[in-house]
Design a protein around this ligand. Structure first.
Ligand SMILES: Cc1cc2nc3c(=O)[nH]c(=O)nc-3n(C[C@H](O)[C@H](O)[C@H](O)COP(=O)(O)O)c2cc1C
Length: 460
């Protein structure tokens, strides 16, 4: 059998690289775990070895940037988008297996009470499961779906599930409720990073993200039948919660953090009742620090970028790269890199991206010499390559998603920056003042020969 389909090989790799810190102090799931994860946001992954009131360990801050995600997939940073795009084009269905490490322990009595679920932020009312990738099936077509959604713990058996109304899981729960039924779900915690990334893809209704996870892994996801719901679950995850969403039963949530880093008041969520917890013998509870924290940002950013790249490339074949930036919390701000832009292409691309994802509010188009993931370089292009009266495109009264911080009556003003160099803008030309290319290449080779890769990340 090939590499384990859990977070364990990645945790081992992080430890080997010195990028994992074990916290041996007793930590309280009530705010203390969250304070640790928030403080170490741009730092190491953390494993909490001793958790107050529990004998399970907690792990967090794993997939906090592009380098981490590339390492988890065993590829270079530049290959992330092509690999995710390939997984959308050529999905690989799972296989069913009989033996499931994730079912070594089965807890049917008060399954939620067995977990040290953290409370994260001051104004939130309840502990949250934030790293749960949820498996469900469309009641209409029977096709599968995989997506993250938060669970606010109500008691040992039940939780409120908070899902954006346009997300497929919410649609399925409403479809089931309209037929007078509940929707079976399985909440997957601590599955392989490829499975977690796939859960963030925006696909069509009925396109099963678990099949994209298989292609990302390079082999089918191994799945086992759940014990108390009619679903299959990744057999090598850390924990699975089996339950049912009742979209006819609403529970008020109160303030909850959003990706932009502030609180939202979304009103009620759906009641979810759990029939079993299954887990590994020595399970690790993965948690993702929500709000404006890097793991939450980057897990969403890269799958969204891959989908938007395809939409942009369909509008202009000379698109080279596409970033969904950290400033935009990996959701709202997009930078497109374009080779040899033709007149009008920048606005065409802006339109394509706004149309493809309603969450996007700002699009910048840059030339091939600007790395779209480099925020300073992109700002340089906006500063030095735009005639604002010509190159800024304001789109008032555009539709806004409910999480948009500046949303007003479902509307927001969107904006496009054409920050590509225009040939006639400067009498002295647009050429960058740099040493000759041959001299730069020789020096680059010198550094490559004298410094190991991790000590020359700054090298251009
Ligand atoms: C860590 C994390 C937590 C998330 N939590 C939620 C959530 O609580 N509610 C929600 O609607 N979407 C949440 N999302 C976003 C959805 O999982 C994501 O948009 C997904 O693609 C939606 O699935 P769908 O396309 O099948 O509808 C979260 C994403 C991440 C990375």
């Amino acid at each position: 059998m090939s590499a384990e389909q859990s977070i364990r090989p990645f945790l081992a790799e992080l430890e080997r690289q010195g990028a994992l810190t074990r916290i041996d102090k007793v930590v309280d799931p009530c705010f203390e775990v969250s304070a640790f994860l928030s403080a170490a946001d741009a730092g190491p992954a953390l494993i909490f070895e001793r958790v107050l009131g529990s004998n399970l360990r907690i792990a967090g801050n794993l997939l906090t940037g592009r380098e981490r995600i590339a390492a988890a997939l065993g590829i270079d940073v530049g290959e992330i988008l092509p690999r995710i795009r390939e997984s959308i084009r050529a999905p690989l269905p799972p296989v069913e297996v009989a033996a499931a490490p994730v079912q070594a322990v089965v807890v049917a009595d008060s399954p939620l009470a067995a977990l040290p679920v953290p409370r994260f932020f001051e104004r939130e009312r309840r502990p949250y499961i934030t790293a749960g990738a949820i498996v469900a099936r469309d009641p209409a077509s029977g096709r599968g779906n995989l997506s993250f959604a938060r669970l606010a713990i109500l008691d040992g058996n039940s939780a409120l599930i908070g899902i954006a109304p346009n997300h497929h899981l919410a649609l399925f729960a409403r479809r089931a409720a309209a037929a007078g039924r509940t929707l079976d779900i399985a909440v997957i915690i601590g599955a392989h990073p490829a499975i977690q990334l796939a859960a963030c893809l925006y696909l069509g209704v009925g396109d099963d993200e678990m099949e994209c996870a298989g292609r990302l892994l390079g082999e089918p996801v191994r799945m086992a039948r759940a014990r108390t719901v009619d679903l299959a679950v990744p057999a090598e995850a850390e924990l699975v919660l089996e339950g049912r969403i009742d979209a006819n039963h609403l529970v008020e949530e109160g303030p909850v953090s959003e990706y932009h880093g502030m609180y939202e008041e979304y009103g009620p969520g759906y009641l979810t009742t759990f029939s079993a917890l299954t887990r590994r013998e020595d399970a690790i509870l993965q948690v993702i620090e929500p709000g404006y924290h890097r793991e939450h940002i980057y897990l969403g950013a890269l799958p969204i970028a891959a989908g938007l790249f395809d939409a942009a490339a369909a509008a202009a074949p000379n698109v080279r790269d596409l970033a969904v930036t950290e400033a935009g919390a990996g959701r709202t701000d997009v930078v497109i890199q374009l080779a040899a832009p033709l007149p009008g292409q920048a606005r065409r691309l802006m339109s394509a991206v706004f149309a493809a994802a309603s969450i996007v509010k700002r699009v910048t188009v840059v030339d091939e010499d600007i790395d779209p993931w480099d925020a300073v370089a992109v700002d340089w292009a906006r500063t030095n390559r735009m005639r604002l009266e010509r190159d800024l495109w304001l789109i008032p009264d555009a539709d806004a998603v409910r999480s948009e911080p500046m949303e007003q009556a479902g509307r927001v003003t969107k904006i496009g920056f054409d920050a590509t160099a225009k040939p006639d803008d400067r009498a002295a030309g647009n050429e960058r003042a740099l040493p000759p290319a041959a001299a730069r290449e020789t020096v680059k080779q010198w550094f490559c020969g004298h410094l190991p890769p991790d000590r020359r990340r700054w090298l251009k």
